[in-house]
Ligand binder design. Structure first.
Ligand SMILES: NC(=O)c1ccc[n+]([C@@H]2O[C@H](COP(=O)([O-])OP(=O)(O)OC[C@H]3O[C@@H](n4cnc5c(N)ncnc54)[C@H](O)[C@@H]3O)[C@@H](O)[C@H]2O)c1
Ligand SMILES: O=C(O)C[C@H](O)C(=O)O
Length: 308
């Protein structure tokens, strides 16, 4: 399994580290446009191999896509992150051009690649990759819901005063401060609905904290987060590499599912060796359906800014 990560910045390098530590990939190639950065991060990570007991070979390259040839999976984390006070949508002007160019270069050298889009605004960048590359729809996956769900479970565990591993839950909808739809109705602690333990007010607070999870970290860090994003991407890469058929909410191109068309937005999906193998349609109640529709309207507005 050969994995390429384009953008050896905070998220790209974190993802490379988690992929290597989990030791399921033979090769990770880091590529960046900044001279020497990918090579340097690859060397630094390789010097952890004996300490962290992995055999994954990590190499770096400055913009030489021939080194990425034959990749099974490629992660796109290239582009600018937001600063405190900004929305993800404000990044579209710079990141759209980068994502378009990077995805085209990747496919030239790896025509059978599965792409995982991370750069923001992620749902719109995933849509752009669908519209411009011609890759089959199962081979383009937007990563947002896996991260948002991890944050949701963390916030629930805080409220429940229990370990995060006791909690299950999912966030669907757009990966934006207002568009996320945390499914509190379906969240559980060891199969027991969380509403058995938490008041409606406390659950609303959990939802609101989850939705602004990225903004909260951006305010604290001065740039956006990387550990949980890197871990979330590596979980998707692993699900593909190991054909796990795990369910993650991912940004998928919808063709009628959830009553939506021609839009990429977070929905539960089965991830395995063929990429995004299946969109899972669950029954939403009226309030959830309304929220997903509003979320889709927001994503569509951002999509309309693309020059396709
Ligand atoms: N979808 C998500 O859940 C999620 C989570 C975290 C971050 N993000 C997004 O991921 C992106 C990266 O975030 P980061 O914190 O790693 O930023 P960063 O600035 O640390 O890293 C970005 C890297 O991309 C490189 N780059 C820029 N243009 C390039 C090009 N044309 N080719 C190759 N490399 C190029 C830069 O040199 C830089 O090293 C941002 O857009 C951020 O908003 C998304
Ligand atoms: O918040 C951001 O801008 C980065 C990312 O989308 C995140 O959720 O951490």
């Amino acid at each position: 399994m050969k994995v390429t990560i384009v953008g050896a910045g905070a998220v790209g390098a974190s993802c490379a580290e988690y992929v290597a530590i989990k030791d399921f990939a033979s090769e990770v190639v880091l590529l960046d446009i900044k001279e020497g950065v990918a090579e340097g991060k690859a060397m630094d990570l390789m010097q952890t191999a004996t300490l962290n007991s992995f055999d994954t070979q990590i190499t770096g390259t400055t913009n030489d896509y021939s080194k990425t040839a034959g990749s099974d999976v490629a992660v796109i984390t290239s582009g600018i992150p937001r600063k405190p006070g900004m929305t993800r949508e404000e990044l579209i002007g710079i990141n759209a051009g980068i994502v378009k160019e990077v995805s085209s270069n990747l496919i030239k050298h790896s025509p059978n690649v599965t792409l995982i889009v991370v750069s923001n605004p992620m749902d719109t960048m995933t849509y752009l990759v669908h519209k411009t590359t011609g890759l089959p729809k199962n081979k383009i996956i937007g990563m947002g819901g896996a991260l948002d769900s991890a944050r949701f479970k963390f916030r629930l565990s805080e409220a429940l005063e229990c370990p995060p591993s006791d909690v299950n839950g999912m966030v669907i909808g757009g990966h934006s401060d207002t568009g996320m739809v945390p499914l509190t109705r379906l969240a559980t602690r060891n199969s027991i609905p969380v509403s058995a333990f938490l008041s409606e007010d406390r659950l609303n607070q959990v939802s609101e904290d989850t939705k602004v999870g990225g903004a909260t970290l951006t305010k604290l860090l001065g740039t956006s987060a990387w550990y949980a994003p890197g871990a979330a991407v590596s979980a998707l890469v692993q699900a593909i590499a190991c054909n796990q058929k795990k369910m993650f909410p991912c940004s998928a191109m919808l063709e009628g599912e959830y009553g939506l068309n021609d839009i990429c937005i977070g929905v539960p999906a089965i991830i395995g060796k063929d990429g995004l193998e299946k969109i899972v349609e669950i029954e939403l109640d009226d309030a959830e359906s309304k929220k997903i529709k509003e979320s889709a309207e927001g994503v569509s507005k951002t999509n309309a800014l693309l020059e396709l």
